[in-house]
Design a protein around this ligand. Structure first.
Ligand SMILES: [Zn+2]
Length: 579
């Protein structure tokens, strides 16, 4: 009986799998051809091996589908169609299917940021790509069901085991990011990869700092602002032709701002950059899990007598660590503020955006000194239209995008994109600092400001804003803002002119600002901004993809001098100018 039933299902699964592989080959023929051109001899062997495993995975998956009773089968078919739609949306935007790193980011970014990303991805062309898969999957619903529940269960053991073993082999030797074969099984491979990677990572506590005999009580406050999606070259402070940051320029001329120019971000996603910024790790990728093991900025600040506060309204890197392992991964934290805390304090960030945080910060500073505050701002995550008030007074450049309009790369689309982005900078960056600086009366403070990463602004026709390895994405601002009575003012005025700063320099800079003695510094961090000279100007490295280097990651660099055009941004189109 068993054999009699297995044969037709196996044969159907084999034929259907061959069809699925063929459809993928026809629809993405140029990608397969390019891939084969790129591969060396050994690479081609690996590719053929992977393709065989992937074909058998497809057979296993369809075999399991055919074992299901009809109703359940139709539910799974609909799920498969949905997966194909999502995969091709991804493909048409980013030229790749969803990798384990993408899955990780999807599970780790805030719902707001995710909504923005999804609506920037949808294209009508997706329906054309998904049509053959839909027809072929729906045809499988008419294959008769022949086995009973028990028999099906027994028959499913082997294919399930194969899926598990083959995915483990692919996790070890051929990550999905390198090939991208077949949209349906690709997601399965990424999901397995993500699971295996999570199981393998470091789960222990962070390393401790040596003992320090001091009962210091610092008088100054240090604020470290890591903004979201701010491209350095779109600030008029850095030479952008539109007045996006007039207030920052005014305090620069009054000697209260020390600009560091365009800096290079550590990574092309929030998660990557924050991991490096907060732990001071300085090698790419982090295959030794140092970003999980290193003491954080909070550990040093606490040791030096600061009261430590973490403000995160972007639901980023550290918040996720706090949620998953509150005791182990983030210590030395006195107060953690998130969106909910602001609602509890009746600070309405929906209306005031980041200005609500500026007010909260100035209230803290005015209370007393001795704070170390790390802020993950809301900044300018796409959609940009939601990052400043819907009010003509804050719309300096027109026309602008609608709140949920997707990115289009024609000249008119780009013009709106850049206008909306520039209005956002003027509000979320310039007005933020106007609010913070003008409301702060206790003048013994310093702010170190940067952004997690920049934005493409569709300059080369990109419909994605960040995440990919494009050099333009690591163009971020860097500057200090400080109070008139800041007690370490001279160190800021002593910064060498013409230095080139990377995110990796920020960690030791903050340790210097906290007066952390060398004996307390347990890792060898990149040089502090205060010890950088023109001699240090060389390649500035960054990475994209998987933080721990499993599978799809790239390490790239910005040379000195930078390539022609890097670190420069220009408005698009001929819209009316505000100034
Ligand atoms: Zn970000």
């Amino acid at each position: 009986m068993l054999v009699q039933h297995r044969v037709p299902i196996t044969v159907t699964a084999l034929i259907a799998a061959a069809l699925a592989v063929l459809i993928d080959l026809i629809f993405r023929f140029s990608n397969y051809r390019d891939l084969l051109h790129l591969l060396s001899g050994a690479g081609a062997v690996k590719f053929s091996g992977t393709l065989t495993l992937v074909f058998l995975q497809m057979v296993a998956l369809l075999y399991l589908l055919l074992l299901l009773p009809r109703l359940l089968r139709s539910v799974v078919v609909l799920l498969f169609v949905f997966v194909v739609i999502v995969q091709f949306s991804y493909w048409l935007t980013l030229n790749q299917f969803i990798t384990s790193t993408d899955l990780f980011l999807i599970l780790n970014v805030s719902a707001d940021n995710l909504k923005g990303a999804i609506s920037s991805f949808f294209k009508p062309l997706i329906l054309w790509y998904t049509l053959p898969y839909t027809i072929f999957l729906f045809a499988l619903m008419f294959v008769p069901v022949r086995s009973t529940f028990r028999k099906s269960l027994a028959l499913s053991l082997l294919p399930v085991l194969y899926l598990l073993v083959s995915n483990y082999a692919l996790f070890l030797y051929a990550a999905e990011g390198n090939f991208h074969l077949n949209p349906m099984t690709s997601l399965l491979r990424s999901a397995f990869h993500y699971t295996f990677e999570t199981l393998r990572e470091y789960h222990g506590p962070r390393e401790a700092l040596p003992a320090l005999n001091t009962s210091r009580q610092p008088l100054n406050s240090i604020i470290y602002i890591i903004d979201e999606s701010i491209r350095g070259s779109n600030l008029s402070l850095n030479g952008y032709p539109r007045a996006t940051t007039p207030f920052l320029q005014s305090i620069e001329s009054r000697g209260r701002l020390r600009n560091l120019g365009i800096c290079v971000a550590a990574g092309t996603s929030s998660y990557l950059s924050n991991a490096y910024l907060i732990t001071g790790h300085n090698a790419f990728p982090d295959n030794a899990f140092r970003t999980f093991k290193n003491p954080t900025l909070f550990d040093y600040a606490k040791k030096m007598g600061y009261e430590t506060i973490f403000i995160d309204v972007d639901s980023g890197y550290l918040s996720k660590l706090l949620e998953t392992a509150p005791e182990g991964r983030v210590r030395s934290l006195d107060r953690w503020m998130n969106n909910q805390s602001f609602r509890d304090w009746q600070i309405d960030l929906e209306t005031t955006k980041d200005l609500g945080i500026a007010r909260y910060l100035s209230n803290l500073l005015n209370e007393r000194g001795g704070y170390f505050i790390l802020v993950n701002k809301k900044g300018l995550h796409f959609h940009y239209r939601n990052t400043y008030p819907d009010d003509p007074a804050f719309t300096f450049w027109k026309p602008v995008m609608e709140p949920s309009e997707p990115i289009t790369t024609d000249p008119a689309g780009r013009e709106k994109l850049v206008n909306t982005y520039d209005n956002g900078i003027r509000f979320q960056v310039d007005e933020f600092f106007r609010e913070l600086v003008s409301k702060t009366t206790n003048q013994n403070y310093v702010v170190l400001y940067t952004s997690d990463h920049g934005q493409t602004l569709a300059e080369q026709g990109q419909v994605y804003t960040h995440l990919k390895p494009d050099k333009v994405i690591v163009d971020v601002p860097g500057f200090f803002v400080f109070g008139g009575q800041y007690d370490k003012k001279e160190s800021l005025t002593g910064i060498f002119p013409g230095i080139r700063v990377s995110h990796l320099n920020n960690f030791a800079t903050l340790l210097d600002l906290m007066d952390v003695p060398m004996s307390l510094r347990v890792r060898s961090y990149d040089k502090s901004i205060f010890s950088l000279t023109a001699e240090d100007n060389r390649e500035r490295y960054y990475m994209s993809g998987s933080l721990h280097g499993s599978g799809d990651y790239v390490v790239k660099m910005v040379p000195t001098p930078a390539d022609e055009g890097w670190g420069v941004s220009r408005p698009a189109g001929n819209g009316p100018k505000a100034d």
